[in-house]
Design a protein around this ligand. Structure first.
Ligand SMILES: Cc1cc2nc3c(=O)[nH]c(=O)nc-3n(C[C@H](O)[C@H](O)[C@H](O)COP(=O)(O)OP(=O)(O)OC[C@H]3O[C@@H](n4cnc5c(N)ncnc54)[C@H](O)[C@@H]3O)c2cc1C
Length: 462
């Protein structure tokens, strides 16, 4: 928790400096577009480069949607502006700039549905809140069922969704065909479509715009964004057994009990040390390396996840279509490109290279769903890293090391959770209390055996 007199800096002088560092941001509007067009004036940079301070109230590691949203809501909702976001590369260079930008809230557990639904709610107003066109397109989301057990899970999800007030229903193959006429719904396919979970609020968004919008708005509130700044160590003071990692039951790797896990006092970076009483790990695919630096053990493994995009074609696909059985999903962007994805590669790795094997398998499965696409050419493919937890739910909040927070375990589904995570993490840091909406996602659920199983709703349909 940050005490009131520490907000915006811990002395009056720093508070004034911090207020002064808030930027008057020119509004993006039709009028300013006209003004810049007519006057041929340069648009100001979206965010500034600052000198690195020797200390901050909060240091956030990772400049993806989670780190930037946390910084933005700390400043905007709680007035905590003496905040730095550090990224070893560039903002959005991790999963936030590599994902396929599917938004939905039709999860399996009530905790998951409520959480992702709050994110969709924030996404709906994000363009206005950030004054940045994030191109949210609500177009409906279909998860196909090709066998009885999938159909059963769809029914289960639909009931949980409705119970929590989220619009989802199971529809039959003729209704699926009406929504997506190009799908092969005949009974002669290898895996005939038996029905689908239809979720009208689902859709897609422009992922870069979300990252840039949060970065610009955080900068305007006085947050410092430091790119090319790699965290190489985390300083923890007062640890009774330094060097060992600690799990949520307070035990080290060897099983010995550690009485005092210590508290965070700063981070080491390739540009020098920064003192900070609060450090937040928002590094997704790299998150276990950062948690390790603080001596905190998390049950996370990192897997590559690949995706691909075709040349643009005339708009014909108005919903997002996911098939868990065929391990594939398809959507069409506003520019007409078809975006394809699948489940994670079947091995742990930090490699972000695409493979021929992936596109071959992907193309075969896409054609089973939509044979009419056989002449469409793939333009490019890429990969990102996913930090997978055993129950396919995130890990959020405090850790045994005081002041060291995690917002990790985002796997293949974390982009949609950026706004709600930022909002909840900011509240947790500012108040010292865990907001109810993330209570179920604490690190201690693994030692308590209280998993939030979302595999049935998150393995392929990100
Ligand atoms: C191909 C693909 C498709 C996906 N599709 C979807 C989807 O459709 N919908 C959805 O909701 N999710 C999807 N995801 C998942 C989603 O992209 C991630 O869960 C989400 O972007 C995680 O955001 P983040 O801000 O936590 O992390 P990231 O955006 O990964 O940012 C982490 C940052 O930490 C930085 N970093 C790492 N180590 C250090 C260090 N030592 N020091 C400083 N900085 C460091 C990295 O440079 C990186 O920029 C997809 C992922 C991939 C790869």
């Amino acid at each position: 928790m940050i005490a009131d007199n520490d907000r915006n800096g811990s002395t009056n002088g720093r508070r004034r400096a911090s207020k002064a560092s808030q930027k008057k941001v020119p509004k993006y509007s039709a009028f300013s577009l006209l003004k810049h067009g007519v006057g041929s004036t340069e648009w100001p940079r979206a965010w500034r480069n600052h000198e690195m301070r020797p200390s901050y109230d909060v240091v956030i590691v990772g400049g993806g949607v989670h780190g930037l949203a946390t910084a933005y809501y700390l400043a905007a909702n709680h007035g905590i502006r003496n905040v730095a976001v550090l990224d070893k590369g560039y903002l959005g260079g991790g999963g936030s700039g590599r994902n396929t930008a599917i938004l939905r809230s039709n999860y399996l557990t009530p905790e998951g549905v409520r959480f992702y639904d709050r994110s969709l709610e924030l996404y709906r107003h994000l363009a206005a809140d950030l004054n940045f066109n994030v191109m949210f397109s609500r177009r409906g989301h279909l998860t196909l069922a090709h066998n009885d057990s999938s159909l059963r899970t769809m029914r289960w999800r639909a009931e949980v969704n409705k119970h929590v007030g989220v619009d989802s229903e199971v529809i039959d193959p003729s209704q699926v065909k009406e929504l997506v006429p190009h799908l092969d719904t005949s009974e002669s396919t290898r895996y005939p479509i038996l029905g689908a979970l239809y979720h009208p609020p689902g859709g897609i968004i422009r992922h870069d715009a979300v990252v840039w919008g949060y970065a610009r708005a955080a900068d305007a509130h006085g947050v410092h964004l430091h790119q090319k700044t790699e965290v190489t160590g985390i300083d923890v003071a007062g640890r009774s057994d330094s060097g060992a990692r600690i799990d949520t039951a307070g035990r080290s790797d060897s099983g010995a009990r550690i009485d005092t896990a210590g508290r965070v006092v700063g981070v080491q970076t390739n540009r020098g040390r920064i003192a900070a009483p609060i450090v937040v790990n928002c590094t997704a695919g790299w998150s276990s390396t950062i948690s390790d630096m603080a001596g905190v053990r998390t049950p996370i493994q990192t897997f590559p996840l690949q995706a691909a995009v075709t040349e643009p074609v005339r708009p014909f696909l108005h919903a997002v279509v996911v098939s868990g059985t065929l391990h594939v999903y398809v959507s069409q962007t506003d520019r007409g490109e078809l975006v394809f994805g699948a489940s994670v590669d079947p091995f742990t790795s930090y490699s972000m290279r695409g493979s021929l094997e992936f596109v071959e398998g992907l193309a075969g499965h896409v054609l089973e769903l939509m044979p009419a696409l056989s002449k469409v050419r793939l333009l490019r493919q890429w990969a990102g890293l996913c930090d997978m937890t055993p129950d396919y739910s995130p890990i959020m909040g405090e850790t045994p090391v005081e002041g060291f927070y995690v917002d990790v375990g985002w796997g293949t589904y974390g982009f949609k959770a950026g706004p709600v995570s930022g909002e909840a993490m900011a509240e947790a840091i500012a108040t010292g209390r865990t907001p109810e909406i993330i209570e179920a996602f604490g690190l201690d659920r693994f030692s308590k055996g209280e998993l939030v199983g979302e595999k049935g709703a998150a393995a392929v349909g990100h």
